[in-house]
Design a protein around this ligand. Structure first.
Ligand SMILES: [Zn+2]
Length: 497
């Protein structure tokens, strides 16, 4: 009977079928890299800013309620710190700095610069009611989205957000920051789950080796500053960098582009008090407006007696100073390190002031990029890597064209509904969320073809070599398991079908 034919094509006990699947299974087990790159990222990683939308900020006509939503459960400082921590773990893993800045409350997707718009962060964080099962939505970074909405993150305001229990704010924000920085969802579960795993499966506040490999594939390995290259290494007082020559006629010195590059690193500097001093030395370490480093500063005499110290633990960006009375020609050591806790790595600047004039802070690097048209899924050379749609069990979604109110763009949606357990890692059971029904997300359909179905995971038989997935008017996204093959044109699609 014809009704039996599907079963005969896919019987678990069919040795012929099993044999044909064997190499596939081995390939999966042997794979080391699971991460996927979106193929999109902010142009400058030297400083990517983020900001918290004030309540009332228009998200396509829907007012953001980030503050009132989270203030209902925590103090403002408590939830802000969770989000700042989520940013800092990415900064710690690769060659990028994330700096929190203020937000003027302009409407999301307002006309303006793609990066370093002075009115708000490159990544703006808000909260609006989203559909049931959705935890958050992140608009992909440039060039998929070319305007000020690129990288913006919208939490579902209907979720009862928690700290260190489900649904954990830092876990979700770490995942969303990953998208904003250029990573796609991971669909294949491993133990531990990567932060970029496509479904919420429990608290996950630390990057795995796969997440770290992913962000380093996007932004590269963190680079040492000018005092730690070409054989130099100012990590002890014996190799302290002498910065006396940096002091100008105003009795001030400003040294930008410094970096705590590895965990536990410290940087030592030495200075001789100039004759132009007014009798006070003010030493300042600044990561404010530069990075998520939580800084610590220690000042010593030339015989290593501690003069003073200042630290900003878990500040994820701060300015700390030590002031002391000095005389001309005295020598001092200055030690800069992380204060402990989150924000262990990041960029900073060092300021010295022996004079009477107020000293300006160190300006951030120029990262201005003007607005450009959305490029969406882009071309073959600029494709969106899709990690999951070939794996309906894991269910990691591909980027979709999303509209929230009048805001439209390419986005990733983080869902809260894990599927059945997948070996070898059993998924914990997270209770379903209950949300309001203000489903403003209306995904516009994207189409793809699955060139090679995944026999071990797909419910479809291996005989089918073209499994229609989702189609867009302009492009076809093709994938093989978790590996992105490229975004094809419609002509390509037609030829293959
Ligand atoms: Zn995601």
């Amino acid at each position: 009977m014809s009704r039996k034919r599907p079963n005969r094509r896919w019987p678990a006990s069919d040795p012929k079928t099993r044999r044909s699947l064997q190499p596939v299974a081995e390939m999966l087990e042997g794979r080391l890299l699971l991460y996927s790159k979106l193929g999109d990222q902010f142009v400058y990683s030297s400083r990517i800013t983020y900001s918290f939308m004030p309540d009332g900020t228009s998200v396509g006509g829907v007012p953001s309620t980030l503050f009132s939503t989270l203030n209902a459960n925590f103090s403002t400082a408590a939830w802000e710190q969770q989000i700042e921590q989520a940013a800092s773990i990415w900064e710690q893993a690769a060659n990028l700095n994330l700096s929190r800045v203020s937000d003027g409350g302009e409407a999301v997707a307002s006309s303006g610069d793609q990066q370093d718009d002075p009115r708000f962060g490159d990544i703006r964080i808000g909260a609006v009611p989203l559909g049931s099962g959705t935890l958050a939505v992140t608009f992909l970074p440039p060039p998929a989205n070319g305007g000020t909405d690129a990288g913006d993150i919208l939490l579902n305001s209907s979720i009862n957000w928690q700290i260190n229990s489900n649904y954990d704010l830092m876990t979700v924000m770490a995942h969303e920051f990953g998208h904003s920085l250029g990573l796609g969802d991971v669909s294949s579960p491993t133990n531990p789950y990567p932060v970029m795993y496509g479904n919420y499966v429990g608290i996950s506040q630390a990057l795995t080796s796969d997440d770290i490999a992913g962000i380093q594939a996007v932004d590269g390995v963190r680079q040492f500053d000018a005092y730690n290259i070409n054989g130099a290494r100012n990590i002890t007082y014996m190799t302290a960098a002498n910065i006396t020559s940096k002091i100008g006629s105003d009795a001030q010195a400003a040294i930008p582009s410094l970096d705590i590059t590895t965990g536990g690193d410290s940087e030592w500097f030495y200075v001789t008090v100039p004759s132009t001093t007014t009798g006070t030395m003010n030493v300042t370490v600044q990561s404010t407006n530069l990075s998520s480093l939580s800084p610590k500063l220690m000042v010593y005499t030339s015989s290593l007696g501690l003069v003073g110290q200042a630290a900003a633990v878990n500040s994820m960006g701060a300015t700390v100073s030590v002031s002391t009375s000095v005389s001309a020609n005295q020598g001092y050591y200055i030690k800069v390190l992380a204060a402990g806790g989150y924000g262990a790595i990041g960029g900073y600047g060092l300021l010295l002031n022996f004079g009477s004039q107020t000293q300006s802070p160190i300006p951030p690097p120029n990262t201005v990029v003007a607005q450009q048209p959305d490029q969406g899924g882009g071309s073959l050379n600029n494709g969106i890597a899709v990690a999951g749609p070939d794996n309906p069990v894991a269910g990691a979604p591909a980027p979709v064209y999303t509209a929230i109110g009048s805001v439209q763009g390419w986005a990733e949606v983080y869902t809260a509904a894990p599927a059945a357990p997948i070996n070898p890692v059993a998924q914990p059971v997270i209770p379903p969320i209950s949300t309001a029904t203000a489903a403003n997300i209306s995904p516009i359909v994207v189409i793809g073809i699955q060139l090679h179905p995944s026999p071990t995971r797909s419910p479809r038989p291996a005989a089918s070599h073209r499994t229609p997935m989702r189609i867009s008017p302009t492009k076809v996204i093709a994938w093989h398991r978790d590996k992105h093959l490229g975004v094809f044109t419609r002509a390509e699609h037609s030829r293959r079908t």
